[in-house]
Design a protein around this ligand. Sequence first.
Ligand SMILES: C[S@@+](CC[C@H](N)C(=O)[O-])C[C@H]1O[C@@H](n2cnc3c(N)ncnc32)[C@H](O)[C@@H]1O
Length: 347
Amino acid sequence: MEQKRLTLPNKPELLKSLGAGEGNWRGEWPKGGRFRKHPLLAALVFIPVFVLRAGGRTKSEPHKEGPRESVCLLLLPEQNSLLSMALQERQEPDVYQENFEPTSYLEYYRMNQDPVGDEVLHFLLKHYNATFKPGGLEGKLLIDIGSGPTIYQFLSACESFQEIIATDYTDKNLQELEKWLKKMPGAFDWSPVVKYVCELEGNRDKWAEKEERVRRAVTQVLKCDVLKERPLEPAVLPPADGLISSLCLEAACPTPQACRDALRHLRTLLRPGGHLVLSGGFETTFFMVGDKRFSTLPLNEKFLREALQEAGFIIEKLEKVTRAAETHLDNRSDYTGLFFLVARRGD
Ligand SMILES: C[S@@+](CC[C@H](N)C(=O)[O-])C[C@H]1O[C@@H](n2cnc3c(N)ncnc32)[C@H](O)[C@@H]1O
């Protein structure tokens, strides 16, 4: 019978990807976890893994820390397909689909009413404005990755890109975006934020026109999963001139390796020489949305620089700010600062 070679992540990664997580991904075995439901899968996965790993190491050899190892297995086709199904399946429960409530998240974005939201908005909007002002980045297609239910990230870009595609992992976020785009009842009121951006651009009175411009520019709202090799499949899009993504990678990626992979996946959506505009929090381990807690991957500048370079990007600008003293008492998230960077696809 034909056998296929497959490179596996090391044991902790494998455990995580199969459902034993920490926080929402980490910690104890989930109740009704995949292995409890599929003892056959457990046997298929662990027996060869442990046999092969034990074979490569004597009992007395200390457990190695440092660079992650991987093992190469020879699997039968049925083992291979079960394993790849399990690896592709997302962790249980699907925390974003189930727990991320867009209307609760939008509470952060009530301008002048939420110091954490204001801190994020002031920093990001200033840099979006500088990035997309006349003479800055421009082009035909801009894709936003992990838009959530928010549109603030389009307010400057809509002036210099002809078409914007919004994307997110959860259906509820996409519906919330549609609500605003189609002016449906109950849509979030972005007007204070739109006025603020118009003021940055020197045209506060033009805010209603700016809202219409965003509505015209956003032509599609699509599903996205940055953990997939093709994050937007089944959609097929032309290579984008620009990608933006705010506060998404640290939320979406359970491990540093997943984040490196996600950057590599995002690169495939860009044309050669196109730009990635990436922003987020530093050292964040969690954030709250209403009463739901979301674990995040703590990012730092060194990691970002290395991961971007490894994924084939050249950083052109990296701005950062330390968290303001006034927001430190707010315990809905533990970010220590914010970053905003522009990187070019380096080919
Ligand atoms: C903290 S919110 C950021 C939303 C918005 N970009 C902003 O700036 O406020 C994180 C977003 O990442 C999305 N997300 C989670 N997992 C994802 C994945 N695997 N692929 C793409 N987006 C994901 C969530 O649905 C959520 O909308």
